[in-house]
Design a protein around this ligand. Structure first.
Ligand SMILES: [Zn+2]
Length: 325
């Protein structure tokens, strides 16, 4: 006798559910109910989600059951149910999306920065110089900054601060680039090759020692390769393309360097670097905090693209952190 599978039978005439048992024999479904045994032909309907499996009979009746034996019978008679299989895999699909998203977040948050740091250390000096030069050309061509308007005496003052900076970091190639900041205002930012832009406006706002503290912060960015690391992180996709296609378009990178701000982590690192340098050279870390206070009065039209004004982390957060050290 064929296997009997319990379920519910509807006769197609009324909506009454009859407890029944079904079996399959010689191309017929045999339905046993309290009111009799019926022999019918029919077909399995496509199963949706966790809904019971339905057999639709040719006379309009139907049979429903969630018994695994019925589902097994369906696959024996109808073969592999691809749509149902795919649908039942939905939760695996959702899980996959979750895993992929987590992986992407991990890459963005941890893997890319780590890889970027390793790559930045491997970048030949010639490439570093070329990127810096392209950035410098872009800045100069944009006319965002114009030649310094400072008097010879004031320029000499900055040169003196730079000489001190060079004695603090004898192994580094550091060069001042003096410019009128115009709408950028009081600002300073370093290129990866150690050229540090200093605007007239920052010079007039800060004392020599405060300027030195700001320049030490900029040297921190150079020292930790923050410029290149930011570029590589933001160009992680390009780097992947490099591994696939063997070509990479570096021409967009100077612009990226110019427009993409440093992360909170990099700003904090550069602040810490400055504080440590000041302490080591017998100066007060509060000089950096004082400089931040003086600079952080952006005009309405201030261009926020450049390093020193970047709002993350907030200036107050940075000042608090510096003063705690
Ligand atoms: Zn910075």
């Amino acid at each position: 006798m064929a296997l009997q599978i319990p379920g519910i039978y509807y006769d197609g005439q009324s909506s009454i559910a009859h407890p029944a048992k079904i079996s399959y024999d010689d191309s017929f479904f045999i339905i046993e109910t309290d009111s009799g045994t019926f022999k019918k032909t029919g077909r399995f309907l496509a199963r949706v989600g966790r809904a019971p499996q339905t057999i639709e009979f040719n006379d309009g009746g139907s049979f429903q059951s969630s018994e695994p034996a019925l589902i097994k019978l369906k696959s024996e008679l109808d073969g592999f149910d691809l749509p149902f299989w795919l649908e039942s895999k939905l939760r695996f699909a959702l899980l996959s999306v979750l895993i992929v998203s987590s992986l992407m977040f991990y890459c963005y948050r941890y893997a890319f920065p780590t890889i970027a740091e390793k790559i930045a250390l491997q970048v030949p000096e010639s490439v570093n110089d070329r990127i810096s030069q392209q950035t410098q050309d872009l800045i100069e061509n944009s006319k965002t900054l114009t030649p310094s308007q400072l008097s010879f005496g004031e320029q000499f003052k900055i040169q003196t601060v730079f000489e001190k900076l060079k004695t603090i970091f004898p192994g580094m190639k550091l060069e001042p680039v003096l410019r009128n900041g115009k709408e950028i205002g009081a600002n300073a930012f370093a290129l990866p090759n150690g050229h540090i832009y200093v605007t007239d406006q920052i010079t007039t706002k800060l004392s020599e020692e405060e300027l030195l503290a700001v320049l030490c912060h900029e040297v921190g960015h150079v020292n930790y390769h923050h410029g290149l690391r930011s570029l590589i992180e933001s160009s992680a996709i390009s780097v992947f393309l490099l591994s696939v296609s063997g070509t990479i378009d570096w021409t967009g990178l100077p612009l990226a360097l110019l427009t993409s701000g440093y992360s909170r982590k990099f700003e904090t690192e550069a602040d810490d670097f400055s504080v440590a340098t000041l302490k080591k050279n017998g100066m007060k870390p509060s000089l950096l905090a004082d400089a931040l206070k003086k600079i952080d009065k952006p005009d309405k039209n201030t261009n926020h693209l450049f390093d020193w004004f970047l709002s993350h982390p907030s200036t107050q957060e940075r000042i608090d952190r510096i003063l705690k050290q």
